[in-house]
Design a protein around this ligand. Structure first.
Ligand code: MN
Ligand code: MN
Length: 305
């Protein structure tokens, strides 16, 4: 089990670092997400969730739909969040990169300076969190460490986003790792795997749903009249029963029109859960940094370093 966590961690960190080099002016978001997903599959691992590439005010839960024309511009704050699994043991890691290139058309130097601090703050939050992790610690103490580190930058964490425990084939296994002291006195055990993911912003630190659904999770079997919807549900049950999947994978398989009709019907009937992209309430920029760690007696091992 530990070996599989280490294996998926190493692999994911290598792909994260390679893909980060693609984050520059003119890169299509869809090229980035497809590069990441293909690299995971080529390595013989499985995709733990669609590669998320969330820009600027969007904190999380964006991945490209089929034919996505979204382009990265110089100076954009790009969150790359990816996950792979080996034998079902998941590595979940994210990094934020300010896209390279000539920023003049899009941002002032003052804005870029602020954005660099926002990126630094989530990294400092993660570092502080990792330094507190050991068996016997309450999860609220990890949150307190994140909040304190980000506050030093006069910035806020995103209060309504959390890290999470991981179990075999289970990305969000029930325990939340907060980004502030939420008074949750759940105590971590030796051997537990958790993903810690501080977000930082110059805004209020709340995210809300924004339009569109690009990522989904299977929920339950339901009856459908339309043959096409039945077929798509069967396909999801066979291929994506345990971890989140991309709408793009469904439209690739069934065609754009048929795929999207089925995804809508399945969501409406609660056979699948649609995730909305999460946008900062005051439209302020958001950074994120995430590692997966295994809790140990005196500390932890970061699998995605
Ligand atoms: Mn993640
Ligand atoms: Mn995560």
């Amino acid at each position: 089990m530990i070996e599989s966590y280490i294996k998926s961690g190493k692999l994911t960190s290598k792909i994260r670092d390679e893909a980060s080099k693609m984050i520059k002016d003119g890169t299509l978001v869809i090229d980035l997400v497809e590069y990441v997903e293909n690299e995971i599959l080529k390595s013989g691992a499985q995709i733990a969730f669609p590669c998320n590439v969330s820009l600027n005010e969007v904190a999380a839960h964006y991945t490209s739909p089929l034919g996505d024309e979204t382009v990265i511009h110089a100076g954009d704050m790009v969150k790359l969040d990816l996950g792979a699994m080996v034998d079902g043991y998941i590595a979940d890691t994210a990094v934020t990169i300010i896209a390279a290139g000539n920023i003049d058309e899009n941002y002032t130097q003052d804005e870029i300076n602020l954005h660099e601090e926002i990126v630094e703050a989530s990294a400092a939050g993660l570092e502080a969190a990792i330094a507190t992790v050991r068996a016997g610690i309450e999860v609220s103490k990890i949150g307190a460490a994140v909040h304190e580190a980000i506050s030093e930058y006069k910035l806020n964490p995103i209060f309504n986003l959390t890290g999470h425990s991981l179990e075999q084939n289970n990305l969000h296994a029930g325990i939340s790792i907060p980004n502030y002291d939420n008074h949750d006195n759940y105590v971590l055990d030796e051997g537990q795997a958790i993903a810690i993911e501080p977000f930082a912003t110059n805004g209020e630190g709340i995210v809300n749903d924004s339009p569109g659904h690009y990522i989904f999770s299977y929920l339950a079997n339901k009856p459908f009249r339309m043959k096409n919807t039945q077929r798509v549900l069967k396909y999801i049950q066979n291929n994506h029963r345990f971890v989140p999947f991309s709408g793009r994978w469904i439209t690739n398989e069934f065609g754009e029109r048929k795929g999207n009709i089925a995804l809508k019907q399945l969501s409406d009937a609660m056979a699948i859960y649609p995730y909305a992209p999460l946008r900062e309430k005051q439209d302020c920029f958001v950074s994120q940094k995430e590692h997966t760690v295994i809790v140990e007696k005196e500390g932890c091992t970061v699998t995605t370093i």
